[in-house]
Design a protein. Structure first.
Length: 366
């Protein structure tokens, strides 16, 4: 059985699914990708038992066939071949012979029947939305997700749907990010799901802005996302996300309007002499002025001040500079609004041109 294709035609789908494949696997077959050929259409599937990605494309094949190949090795071979290389793949017994020009590679095959599959059943909600909208909702909030937190429900992103729209929320307990898109959704009741961190990252990477729409299908345990010839399926985190609305300050007494670019550059400069472990920078606010101060155990100090729009009370509060910079990177407007009540309360950071995103950063003692 022979399959013919071009390097680029095979490499693109391999790159789309390869992020699912872990370097260390409990099952040997999970280091492989599943290849199904039906009517000269090849479907490549990768899974880690929690997440599955499939993508389909046209090839030149003599017959229908199913087999598995080592994912990393196949992709490394494709990357190393010349740009315009043509490939032929022949199956012989338990080997796949890959030929291109003067190159020849023999790869081991594992039985396709042993390859696991994730199937989302009991679909409860279906909706279609623009690809740009979903990509934006993820990009505006994903940086605040926790990593390997014992509170497992924080190691992912909350998708909240109601009849008026869809919202994404992420928090690691020290900061919170939320973004919303208004649209009419037919729902019997409001719905919350938590997509695991790896699923969020892979979904964001998969979303192709050249496509117009993406379809979401939600069941009690899975999320399916369809876009063109690519299908994404992920198990959901079985847990209850904390009430994020209690974290967002309902009102703030002191509001400062700051140029985003100037603040980010000043933070990065000041942070050079901050404590490398805690990355703390002190904000000192006074009328129309923001002073940034940082110091470290070596008794080194950095100071910088910015002219800002502020007429509130004098305040001094500490922040983790990484949290602030991540937040500024997620905001589109040239100016940001920073709301504060006192030195011990969380700060509310807003895009001055949109009320569809909000960011909360907890203060730190310096």
């Amino acid at each position: 059985m022979r399959i013919r294709t071009a390097k680029e035609a095979l490499l693109r789908p391999l790159q789309a699914v390869s992020g699912v494949v872990e370097k260390r696997q409990t099952l040997p077959i999970l280091a492989n990708i599943l290849i199904n050929v039906v009517n000269s259409r090849m479907t490549i599937t990768a899974t880690d038992l929690e997440l599955e990605i499939r993508t389909t494309f046209d090839i030149d094949a003599e017959t229908d066939v199913s087999f598995t190949l080592p994912a990393r090795k196949l992709m490394d071979i494709c990357r190393a071949l010349p740009a315009e290389a043509a490939l032929t793949l022949d199956l012989e017994a338990n080997k796949a012979l890959l030929r291109s020009g003067n190159s020849r590679f023999s790869l081991s095959i594992l039985d396709a029947k042993d390859y696991p599959s994730i199937e989302a059943t009991d679909i409860q909600v279906e909706l279609t939305l623009p690809v740009q909208v979903l990509k934006r909702l993820i990009e505006k909030t994903q940086f605040a997700m926790a990593q390997q937190d014992v509170r497992y429900y924080l190691n992912g992103m909350l998708f909240e749907l109601d009849s008026s729209g869809i919202r994404t929320v992420a928090t690691d307990g020290h900061r919170l990010a939320t973004a919303r898109h208004d649209m009419e959704i037919e729902l019997p009741e409001a719905l919350q799901i938590i997509l695991p961190r790896k699923g969020v990252i892979e979904l964001a990477r998969l979303l192709n802005v050249n496509q117009e729409e993406v379809k979401l299908e939600i069941s009690s345990n899975h999320l399916r996302v369809s876009q063109g010839d690519t299908l994404f399926i992920s198990k959901l985190i079985d847990g209850r996300f904390p009430d994020y609305k209690k974290v967002i300050p309902r009102s703030v007494r002191n509001k400062a309007i700051v140029d985003k670019g100037s603040l980010k550059e000043a933070l990065l400069r000041t942070a050079i002499l901050s404590n490398e472990k805690y990355r703390g920078v002190r904000f000192s606010l006074s009328p129309n002025r923001l002073d940034l101060l940082a110091h470290n155990p070596e008794q080194e100090e950095a100071e910088e001040f910015l002219e800002i729009d502020y007429d509130g009370e004098e305040l001094m509060v500490g922040f983790n500079v990484n949290y602030l910079v991540d937040t500024l990177n997620a905001i589109d407007s040239e100016q940001v609004e920073i709301g504060l009540n006192d030195a011990n309360s969380s700060s509310l950071v807003h895009d001055t041109e949109s009320d569809h995103t909000a960011y909360v950063i907890m203060p730190m003692r310096l």
